[in-house]
Design a protein around this ligand. Structure first.
Ligand SMILES: O=C(O)CC1=CCC(=O)O1
Length: 257
């Protein structure tokens, strides 16, 4: 798998991996890179079939999406990294923290869920997109991604609608099928990475109760709910998200130190 990525920031600094959501690409994180590269190397990449990462035939699994990250880290010689993921990116992060804990330092889960049923809805969406292309998802997605004030703004429609239209139909569908089959809940309690969970108060796709459920299950997790913010809270509230991420990835966690 040739995963498209961008690595920026000071040589030798700790690495933060940024993982995008369904229908977006690595430019989802444009507002985070300048802030995070003050302290970290930022490794942002495109999920399978999104941006410039090619799509293999689906269905995919979270295991495959997680292993794409591990292969990328191996190729770059990164033994352990912080990880922030939004929605599908957060699901990928939970899979990694559960199955490859030695590779994940601290974890930030933004507008995501450990169980986003019903599975039939995701299979139906995959079938729709295979039939009609990702263009069919623009009208239903933008009002979930942003609160009403932003959802219709020309620059937002151009940037985020453009990412969605550019996503490969098979890649998008395969990722829907990964969400349909995901099984993250049973092992959430085994996550050892210090975890920050961020929700958007106005997120209709993964509403705050999904974040509360994750934060209640992951030992020691901290929960923050931002408002106004819909599903792409990092784009709607960049300063608040940057502050939370920097605090989480730099804070001294040892009370006795
Ligand atoms: O597109 C949606 O419905 C919202 C979403 C769910 C998983 C993801 O990455 O985005």
């Amino acid at each position: 798998m040739n995963v498209n990525y961008e690595l920026t920031g000071p040589d030798g600094a700790p690495v933060v991996v940024l993982s995008n959501s369904l229908g977006t690409d690595l430019t989802l994180w444009d507002e985070q890179v300048p802030a995070l590269t003050r302290e970290f190397q930022v490794l942002r990449y495109d999920q399978r079939g999104h941006g410039a990462t090619p799509a293999k035939p689906g269905p995919y699994t979270l295991k495959q999406l997680g292993r794409d990250v591990l292969a990328l880290l191996d190729a770059l010689g990164v033994r352990k990294a912080h990880f922030a993921g939004l929605s599908l990116g957060g699901m990928t992060g939970m899979w990694l923290a559960e199955h490859a804990p030695e590779r994940i330092d601290r974890l930030a889960l933004i507008c995501t869920s450990a169980e986003l049923g019903p599975a039939s809805m995701w299979r139906d969406r995959a079938a729709l997109v295979r039939q009609r292309d990702t263009r069919a998802m623009v009208v239903p997605s933008l009002p979930k991604w942003f609160t009403p004030e932003l959802a219709g703004r020309a620059d937002i429609v151009e940037k985020f609608g453009g990412m969605l239209v550019a996503a490969d139909a098979e890649g998008y569908a395969g990722c829907c099928e990964a969400i349909a089959e995901m099984d993250l809940l049973p092992k959430l309690g085994e996550i050892t990475a210090p975890t920050l969970v961020i929700a958007g108060a106005e997120d209709p796709a993964t509403p705050p109760p999904h974040a509360e459920r994750i934060a209640a299950a992951v030992p020691g997790a901290r929960l923050e709910v931002l408002s106004p913010a819909a599903h792409l809270a990092n784009a709607e509230q960049p300063e608040a998200v940057n502050r939370l991420l920097l605090d989480h990835f730099t804070r001294n966690l040892c009370a006795a130190c």
